[in-house]
Design a protein. Structure first.
Length: 263
C-alpha cells in the first residue's frame, strides 16, 4: 500500500448512540473511518465499496454472529478481515464462537485503544501481503506456461501483463539488471530480465547472441558488413544503427549462416 493511501475502515454499529469514539481511536491521518447506519446498511456498503477492514460493534451477540456469517457468505466480502468488538467483558465461549466463524480478531468491551489500532494495522498488512503473493504466484504460473508456448512470451510491464510474439522481436539489449526489447513496430519495452534468462526461453533457431549486450532475431537481419577493424556489424529491420558483432560470437554466427552469408 502506498504511504499516501488511506486505510478505509467500515464500522458496523447498531448502538442507538455510538458509545465508542472510533475517530478518536484512529486519529492518525492514514485512517479513514466510515460509520454505517445499522447492520443491513453496513452489509450493502461493505459489498459495494470493499473497505480494507470491517469492525463490528454489536450490542446483541446473536445479531453480531449473524452479521459475521452474512459477511463471509457474501462473495464480494468473504475475504475482508472482520474485527468483532463485544458489548460485554471477556467471555471465553463468545470469543471461541466468533473466531470459529472466521473473524480476524475479537475484543471485549474493555479493550485498549492501542491494541485495536495494532490489530487493524496487522490485518491490513497481512491482506496486502496475501494479495502480493497471489500476484507473484500467478506471474510464476504464467512464466511456467510460457515455456511450453512456441510463438510468444508473457512479460510484466509495470503491473500489467503483455503478450509479445517472438516473430515481432527484433533484438534484446542488456540494460544493467534490465533488458530492452525492440519490436518490429519500433516499440521499446524495458523488463527486469537478464540476457542469460532470455536465452533459456527464446527459440534457439531464431535467436542468437552476437555480443555480451545483444541478442538478435536472425529473421530480422538485413545485412552483415565487415568493418575496417576486421570486425563485423549487423543491420536489423527497423533499427537505424547497426549492432556490433563481437569476435567471440562471430564463430557462432559463421556456423549459423554457413553457406548463406560470407563472413
Amino acid at each position: 500500500m502506498d504511504d499516501t493511501e488511506k486505510i478505509n475502515i467500515l464500522i458496523i454499529d447498531n448502538h442507538i448512540s455510538t458509545e465508542i469514539d472510533f475517530s478518536g481511536i484512529f486519529i492518525e491521518s492514514k485512517f479513514k473511518i466510515y460509520l454505517s447506519d445499522g447492520i443491513e446498511n453496513g452489509l450493502e456498503i461493505a459489498a459495494r465499496y470493499l473497505p480494507h477492514i470491517i469492525i463490528c460493534s454489536i450490542t446483541d451477540f446473536d445479531a453480531g454472529r449473524k452479521l459475521i456469517v452474512n459477511i463471509y457468505n457474501e462473495e464480494r466480502t468473504r475475504f475482508l478481515p472482520v474485527i468483532y468488538i463485544s458489548s460485554s467483558v471477556w467471555d471465553k465461549n463468545e470469543f471461541r464462537a466468533i473466531m470459529n466463524l472466521g473473524a480476524a480478531d475479537y475484543f471485549p468491551a474493555d479493550f485498549k485503544s492501542e491494541d485495536l489500532v495494532k490489530s487493524v494495522q496487522r490485518r491490513v498488512a497481512q491482506r496486502i501481503e496475501f494479495k502480493t503473493q497471489i500476484m507473484e504466484t500467478c506471474q510464476r504460473a504464467f512464466e511456467t506456461e510460457n515455456l511450453t508456448k512456441k510463438d510468444h512470451i508473457l512479460i510484466t510491464v509495470g503491473k500489467r501483463l503483455q503478450l509479445v510474439k517472438y516473430d515481432q522481436i527484433v533484438c534484446i539489449s542488456a540494460e544493467k539488471e534490465y533488458s530492452k526489447i525492440r519490436t518490429m513496430k519500433g516499440k521499446a519495452i524495458i523488463v527486469r530480465k537478464s540476457l542469460k534468462s532470455w536465452l533459456e526461453i527464446l527459440p534457439p533457431n531464431d535467436f542468437l547472441r552476437i555480443h555480451r549486450q545483444n541478442i538478435i532475431n536472425v529473421n530480422s537481419i538485413e545485412k552483415i558488413e565487415k568493418t575496417k577493424s576486421r570486425s563485423y556489424v549487423v543491420y536489423l529491420k527497423t533499427l537505424s544503427k547497426p549492432l556490433e558483432l563481437s569476435r567471440r560470437y562471430s564463430a557462432i554466427m559463421r556456423k549459423t549462416f554457413s553457406g548463406k552469408t560470407e563472413l
